[in-house]
Write a protein that binds this ligand. Structure first.
Ligand SMILES: O=C[C@H](O)COP(=O)(O)O
Length: 261
């Protein structure tokens, strides 16, 4: 495993109301020891309407859990019905925000330019973007997955300086593996994650690339996390479906043997 601190982030997607969010957060906190939560950074990414409840619980009980949002507006304020700004997320203490998720790209027509503007909005408000890239099955079958994902990464970071990119987290999520139960093999994940790191090195130099955490996402479960984490360039996971089951998510977060107690 690399020296980069592993990060396991649970993207709840459009699941759980604020009461269910409180129950899940409590259960998760009680399922993991301080040692485990120190060795591995564990972050929850609830829907917007749950954020205040999750924040209140984590702050009041000083839980060793991070939290963030699933989306951010490119705008700071104004007549943008339905948007939630980085200003608002920062006020709620969010440390992370997912940007460029394939579900946003697919269902909300977010193209590279929109993703780029959201990355910049997050950085402006000192919220770490978890920048998602990933290829569809057609691209994978055509053997163009590395070119596709590295191009997505470069486009999302257009105009972002090395200083601004210093805390960036990247997530490789092959679309064909999301919610399908069809996980990429650890070798599939390593190939693309290593290429993304090489792209970061090209953009910002080897030091920043070596310090940036790159996650894998797509049907991650307790049964496959160890093989994925064994890959030298994979620093953690962005977990969807399995993250709304507290026990299963805790098992995923306990993956390294040395923090199994
Ligand atoms: O953001 C998380 C990913 O889309 C993975 O979702 P999944 O674990 O349900 O496949």
């Amino acid at each position: 495993m690399s020296e980069r601190r592993p990060l396991i982030a649970g993207n709840w997607k459009m699941n759980l109301n604020h009461l269910e969010a409180i129950a899940l957060t409590q259960k998760l906190a009680f399922s993991l020891t301080e040692k485990q939560l120190t060795a591995v950074e564990v972050v929850v990414l609830p829907p917007f309407v749950d954020l205040r409840s999750v924040q209140t619980l984590i702050d009041a009980d000083k839980l060793l859990l991070g939290y963030g949002a699933q989306d951010v507006s490119p705008f700071d304020s104004g007549a943008y019905t339905g948007d939630v700004s980085g200003v608002m997320l920062a006020k709620l203490g969010c440390s992370y925000v997912v940007v460029g998720h394939s579900e946003r790209r697919q269902y909300h027509q977010e193209d590279d330019a929109v993703v780029n503007s959201k990355v910049k909005a997050a950085i402006k408000h000192k919220i770490t973007p978890i920048l998602c890239v990933g290829e569809g099955l057609d691209v994978r079958e055509a053997g163009a997955h590395v070119a596709h994902t590295t191009a997505q990464l470069a486009a999302a970071l257009d105009g972002v300086t090395a200083e601004q990119a210093a805390k960036l987290v990247v997530a490789y999520e092959p679309i064909w593996a999301i919610g399908t139960g069809r996980t990429a093999t650890p070798e599939n994940a390593q190939e693309v994650v290593a290429a993304l790191r090489a792209q970061l090195a090209e953009l910002y130099g080897a030091e920043l690339a070596g310090a940036t955490r790159v996650l894998y996402g797509g049907s991650v479960k307790s049964a496959n996390i160890a093989g994925i984490m064994d890959q030298p360039d994979v620093d953690g996971a962005l977990v969807g479906g399995a993250s709304i089951d507290a026990e299963e998510f805790a098992r995923i977060c306990r993956f390294p043997e040395h923090v199994s107690v």
